[in-house]
Design a protein around this ligand. Structure first.
Ligand code: AMP
Length: 464
């Protein structure tokens, strides 16, 4: 089995990895790092949660540190493009963590914050620049940076970049790069247009593919509750009485929806925050930091804002609204069960969203087990065949069901009880009830309530 020491990584990097508690490379790291150190181009088909950031950050740091001449004024040596601010910040943070024993400078630049400071930093010359495409073009046009000295170019989450309409900015940027360079290209999916873009950009790339969408979805304990739209807010409040929901990410379709859910949670006494495109950068960072630190129990987000959120120990993802694009469901539930951990995903499905559920089940090639809840629609199992939301066919397995309240100290409070409504046969070799997400024993990791006392007893108080 591969160890980090087998990958020819330098001592300062190995030390940083040990300090982070990484014991073994993930598959994408083991497969990519040797080729990248050898200077090859790379086509990576992988999504967040697979360890792909370290897969490119480690060899980049090693290569830059091996030739430690400082980046000349107004230039950079490695350029990483990310679709969102959150992911860019996350990547920048990874470079800081992995490179803490090396002298490699970095800057993260994205929109929504003032240009002045970014211009000053870039004009000084920086080894690694992590940027969102729009802001980068803006900075180049303002002569803060030229790309003529880029040695390594990374396009991360290309599918998301195209969804966000960044294709023109990407073309502009790639047109300014020197012809001699190493290229890395990562995308969770590889439809024709993305494959075409990769083909244009990469020279004889190594192709690395890990954890296809369906496989990732299998690691998550999934369930769906059929519910009337008018009952969704109440249902969420009821579900949160479960002590196992220690760090919950809730997805809504719209910014307005996110704000509404956040308010209803706050009214019910939960520490909650919302992040979406209308929030200021400061606001988003504060919310994310609070969620990471465990000060905020529930983070409500839209898809775009949630992209790149890398928070360990997300116990539950709630699809308050089902997404219109089935792949988004997979990205969303992938926010839990990261880096091999376990996690649960609960979807709310209204009668008009049943077609969306059917599309999701086709994508993950499994049926999402239905759970009945006192606040949900009744007798939904009997309706199922008519609605045909088992497109996987009888011989295909159901997705792993979401297990709740199987352990000690669980809270079967008034409204929290709901039962698996049959059909949800688990697979993946895990017995029912084994899933036990982190809870308050997690010390600093456990979400804090607004007032003193253990958060579990606080939770108990809020019932009714
Ligand atoms: P990424 O796919 O790059 O977003 O990484 C997902 C998560 O896995 C991050 O929290 C990383 O810190 C963590 N991670 C990456 N590589 C490893 C590793 N080899 N061992 C343990 N955790 C890792």
């Amino acid at each position: 089995m591969t160890n980090f020491t087998d990958l020819n990584l330098s001592e300062p990097l190995l030390r940083a990895l040990a300090a982070e508690g990484y014991e073994k490379p993930t598959p994408i790291q083991a497969q990519s790092i040797p080729s990248l150190l050898a200077g090859k181009d790379l086509l990576g088909i992988a999504q967040t949660g697979t360890g792909k950031t370290a897969a490119f950050a480690l060899p980049i740091l090693q290569k830059l540190a091996a030739h430690p001449e400082r980046a000349a004024k107004g230039t950079c040596r490695a350029l990483i493009l990310s679709p969102t601010r959150e992911l860019a910040a996350q990547i920048g943070e990874s470079f800081r963590v992995y490179g803490k024993f090396l002298k490699v400078s970095r800057a993260v630049v994205f929109g929504g914050v003032s240009l002045g400071k970014q211009i000053d930093i870039l004009r000084g010359g920086v080894d690694v620049v992590v940027a969102t495409p729009g802001r980068l073009v803006d900075l180049i046009e303002r002569k803060a940076l030229t790309l003529s000295k880029v040695e390594i170019f990374v396009l991360d989450e290309v599918d998301q970049m195209l969804d966000l309409g960044f294709i023109h900015a990407i073309r502009k940027i790639t047109g300014m790069l020197p012809s001699q360079r190493q290229n890395l290209f990562f995308s969770a999916t590889m439809p024709k247009e993305i494959a075409g873009l990769a083909n244009n950009l990469l020279t004889d790339p190594v192709r690395v593919e890990v954890a296809p969408v369906a496989t990732t979805a299998e690691r998550v304990n999934q369930s769906v509750i059929h519910v009337d739209p008018a009952n969704k807010a109440k249902l969420l409040v009821e579900l949160l009485k479960d002590n196992n929901m220690t760090r919950t990410l809730v997805f809504t379709r719209t910014k307005h929806g996110a704000d509404k859910v956040m308010k209803s949670l706050s009214t019910a006494g939960y520490t909650a925050a919302a992040i979406h495109g209308n929030k200021s950068q400061n606001n988003r960072e504060r919310a994310l930091a609070g969620f990471k630190a465990g000060k905020i129990l529930v983070l409500v987000a839209t898809d775009i804002a949630a992209r790149g959120i890398d928070v360990d120990g997300v116990s539950h993802v709630v699809n308050y609204d089902l997404p219109h694009v089935p792949e988004s469901y997979v990205h969303r539930i992938g926010r839990t069960a990261r880096a091999g951990a376990d996690g649960s995903a609960i979807a709310f499905c209204t009668p008009e969203d049943r077609g969306l559920l059917r599309d999701i089940e086709k994508t993950i090639r499994a049926q999402v087990p239905v759970v009945e809840h006192a606040l949900g629609l009744k007798g939904i199992q009997q309706l199922a065949p008519n609605f045909g939301w088992n497109p996987a066919g009888k011989d295909k397995p159901a997705a792993k069901p979401h297990h709740r309240g199987q352990g000690p100290n669980r809270n079967h409070g008034a409204g929290s009880g709901h039962k698996q409504a049959g059909g949800g046969k688990p697979h993946g070799g895990k017995p029912q009830g084994q899933h036990q997400p982190k809870r308050d024993g997690g010390g600093a990791q456990a979400p804090k309530r607004t007032s003193g006392g253990s958060w579990m007893s606080e939770l108990g108080k809020r019932q009714g």
